[in-house]
Structures are given as structure tokens and as C-alpha cells.
Design a protein around this ligand. Structure first.
Ligand code: PMP
Length: 421
């Protein structure tokens, strides 16, 4: 067969160009088969934290393959999983003492939702409703789409999605509406859990809200017996300035989802952390109260070894300092666009910067997105706007000079977008 047999994710094969073939990755760059080096300004869908192929992660993976490969994780255990679970329980907000492994951000969220429902059912409580935040994204499986924003991405599957209760996104100056809405929902005795992305809603448009809103939501949840699920799949591992975004709000959720940066972006792994109370609800001589969930590759030892190397990098290298430096650089660099009539909503949280192009109503289906992508790629930059939202979410090894080049291209791109709209 001469043509490619690959069906790519989130790709309209009828109109999008044949993608470049990547033959090598290193640091902040991916390299194409024709020798072009492309700056990975989105950390390859937000997974690569330290840079591609960090030598300590590469060697941990290599070493792990010398002794272990997949082992069934029900009825057996292994050291990489045990050590990693202890490390995660230590590093995450207080009280998250139990670690359940899976393979992707979506599965970590599915697990969290199942844990929340199981918690209430096993405790004899009839709570089954999930409360979600407007504009959220938690994955593309049926369950995670159900708790995410509805729109063009999931219109075809709508009949399969379950009903949820939605609280408004805390727009600046209207945060109280979000709190009041949750307060009302949490009073009806049906809310099993509130799931949210702490501080930054990623795929919904890099929307940012202040930590105090999260603090208040947790207070309401606690008072009403509603569990708080923090989806830190994107925000974890330093992205928002602290190891986990919940720390910024001094919040310990009941359940926390992590993936992406968990292995430094090298191999797939995810974990759902839960409190003793959530675990205890599933700990019973009644076998019907077992947590019934698994996937074949749960706690893959190679992936756990990669994650342990990531944890060691955070411990042994000045990663926290790099995050602080990148945080400062990001806000300094985007400052050049403040007051520029071509942009609005210029914002940063930690290492993430985003700005909206003023191009009228530019949803995901607008032409401007693919045009911008191609424009950046021609300049050796991997940038993937969300509609009219340009965001920069680079690996922590990115340099000031590289960011200057990138934001220079953003400046040029604004003119192109104006013409394309
Ligand atoms: N939750 C959030 C907040 C995410 O950003 C993502 C992925 N972008 C997911 C869940 C789903 O993760 P995955 O793509 O690994 O299934």
C-alpha cells in the first residue's frame, strides 16, 4: 500500500496536509525526516515537561526492560509500582494516600468518576449526579465526554452521554455566581462529586481562574459531602507553578487524576489518587463493594520506572527553579501584546501563556486554526491554536531566545489571522 494507513486523532484528512514524519526528538525539539528542527511549543500535547528524551528517563526505561515487562496487576505487584505509589502519595496534597494506576488521562478520570459513585453507593448514599464546570475538558471517552463541554467534538455521540449538572465558569468579576450555583446544587443531596480542572481549563481554551475560587468550591463540597475530583492531567507536574495546581489554593481534593507529565512525557501512564475514606468505602468483606476496574497494561513496570526517574529529576535537579524562571519569562514575553488591538485576554498561569486573537467568532471549525498551524510549522514551530486561542506551553528547558523567536512569529501570525478571518 503506498498511502499511509494511519488515521490520525483530531485530524480532518480531507483538508489537512500530509503530516511531517518525525524521526528524532531531543530537548525542546522534534526533528523531521528531511532534517527540519521544530520547536515543540506545546510540549507535544502538554506531556513533555523536562524536554524530550531526558537522559535519566531514557536510561531508567532501558534498565527496567532488562528485568521486567508487563505483569498482571491483580494478585501480583512489583517494586516500580510500589515505590512510585509511595512517592506520589508523598508528593501530592495531604490525604491522597491510595494510588490506582491506569494508562491515559481519560482513564484516570473514568476511574475517578467510578470511585466517586462507588464511594456513595457502598456507603448507602443515593448520590449519583456529577457536577461539572462549564467549558471543561476531561477526555474523549464516553464517560469523560459526558463530564466535558458539549459541542462539535461530541455532537454525534450525544445520545450516549449521561446527564450532568453544570456550574458556570468563574469569569472575572462573576466568581460568586459559580459559588452560588455549586452551593445550590450541593444542597439537593444528589451531587456525588464535583469534577474540575484546577486553575486552568486546557482544551476549553486555556481559560484561567483564581485559586480562591477553588478554595471556596472545596469548602462548599466538604460541607455538603460532595467529593471533589481534581483533574490535574494537564495542570500537574509544575505546569501552573506549583507541583500540583491544587496547592495554589491550599486544597486537598478527595480524588486527583494525573498523567501527561507523570512520566516526563516519555511513555503512557496515569494514576488516580484517593483518600483513605474513598478507599475504605471499597474495603469490605462484602465482595460486591470491590472497586471493579482494570486495564491490561495497568501499572506497566517500564512506565512506572520512567515515572520514578521523573520523580528523581524533580528531587535532584533544579526543576522548581526552572519552572519559576519560565513562569517569569512567559509573563514578560506576552506583555508585549498588552494593548495590541489584534489580541485580547492576554493571560498566564505558571508556565502557561495564552492570548486570544480578535478575529470575530472563531470556533474550532474556523479556517483560522489550521492556517495558523501551517504558518507556524513553516517557521519550525509546533503551535496548535484552539480556535482563535494561541497558547504557549513549552517544556521547562526552553530558552528565552527560543521564546523570543516564538512570540515574534505570534506577532506575525496575528496579521495572517486578520486576513484569514
Ligand atoms: N483531562 C485533561 C484536563 C486533559 O487536558 C486531557 C488531555 N488533554 C485529558 C484529561 C485526557 O487525557 P488523555 O488524552 O491522556 O486521555
Amino acid at each position: 500500500m503506498s498511502r499511509s494507513a494511519v488515521w490520525h486523532p483530531f485530524t480532518q484528512h480531507a483538508t489537512e496536509p500530509v503530516p511531517p514524519t518525525i524521526v528524532r526528538t531531543e530537548g525542546a525539539y522534534v526533528e523531521t525526516s528531511d532534517g527540519k528542527r521544530i520547536l515543540d511549543a506545546i510540549s507535544s500535547w502538554w506531556v513533555v515537561t523536562h524536554g524530550h528524551r531526558h537522559p535519566k528517563i531514557v536510561s531508567a526505561i532501558r534498565n527496567a526492560t532488562e528485568t521486567l515487562d508487563q505483569v498482571i496487576f491483580a494478585g501480583l505487584t512489583h517494586e516500580p509500582a510500589e515505590q512510585l505509589a509511595s512517592a506520589l502519595a508523598d508528593m501530592t496534597p495531604a490525604g491522597l494516600d491510595w494510588v490506582f494506576y491506569s494508562d491515559s488521562g481519560s482513564t484516570s478520570v473514568e476511574v475517578a468518576l467510578k470511585m466517586a459513585l462507588g464511594f456513595h453507593r457502598n456507603n448507602g448514599d443515593a448520590r449519583t449526579r456529577i457536577v461539572v464546570m462549564e467549558h471543561s475538558y476531561h477526555g474523549d471517552t464516553i464517560g469523560t465526554m459526558s463530564v466535558g463541554a458539549r459541542g462539535v467534538f461530541n455532537a454525534a455521540y450525544d445520545p450516549l452521554l449521561f446527564e450532568v449538572d453544570t456550574i458556570p465558569f468563574p469569569e472575572a468579576g462573576r466568581e460568586q455566581e459559580t459559588l452560588d450555583s455549586f452551593e445550590a446544587l450541593s444542597r439537593d443531596g444528589k451531587a456525588a462529586a464535583l469534577i474540575l480542572e484546577p486553575l486552568v481549563l486546557g482544551a476549553g481554551g486555556m481559560l484561567m481562574y483564581p485559586a480562591r475560587v477553588l478554595t471556596e468550591l472545596k469548602r462548599i463540597a466538604e460541607r455538603s459531602g460532595t467529593l471533589l475530583i481534581a483533574d490535574e492531567v494537564m495542570t500537574g507536574w509544575g505546569r501552573t507553578g506549583t507541583m500540583f495546581a491544587c496547592e495554589r489554593a491550599s486544597v486537598s481534593p478527595d480524588i486527583l487524576c494525573t498523567s501527561k507529565g507523570l512520566t516526563g512525557g516519555s511513555v503512557p501512564l496515569a494514576a488516580t489518587l484517593a483518600t483513605e475514606a474513598v478507599f475504605r468505602a471499597h474495603f469490605s468483606i462484602d465482595r460486591a463493594k470491590t472497586f471493579f476496574h482494570s486495564s491490561s497494561y495497568t501499572a506497566n513496570p517500564i512506565a512506572c520506572a520512567a515515572a520514578l526517574a521523573n520523580v528523581a529529576i524533580w528531587r535532584d535537579e533544579p526543576v522548581a527553579e526552572r519552572v519559576v524562571a519560565l513562569t517569569r519569562m512567559q509573563s514578560e514575553k506576552v506583555a508585549r501584546f498588552i494593548g495590541d488591538p489584534r489580541f485580547e485576554n492576554i493571560r498566564t498561569t505558571g508556565t502557561i501563556a495564552a492570548l486570544d486573537l480578535r478575529v470575530g467568532k472563531a470556533g474550532y471549525l474556523a479556517e483560522v486554526g489550521p492556517k495558523l498551524r501551517a504558518f507556524f510549522l513553516e517557521r519550525g514551530l509546533l503551535v496548535r491554536p484552539l480556535g482563535n486561542v494561541i497558547y504557549v506551553l513549552p517544556p521547562y528547558c526552553v530558552t528565552s531566545g527560543e521564546l523570543d523567536r516564538l512570540y515574534g512569529a505570534v506577532d506575525e501570525a496575528a496579521d495572517l489571522a486578520g486576513r484569514a478571518a
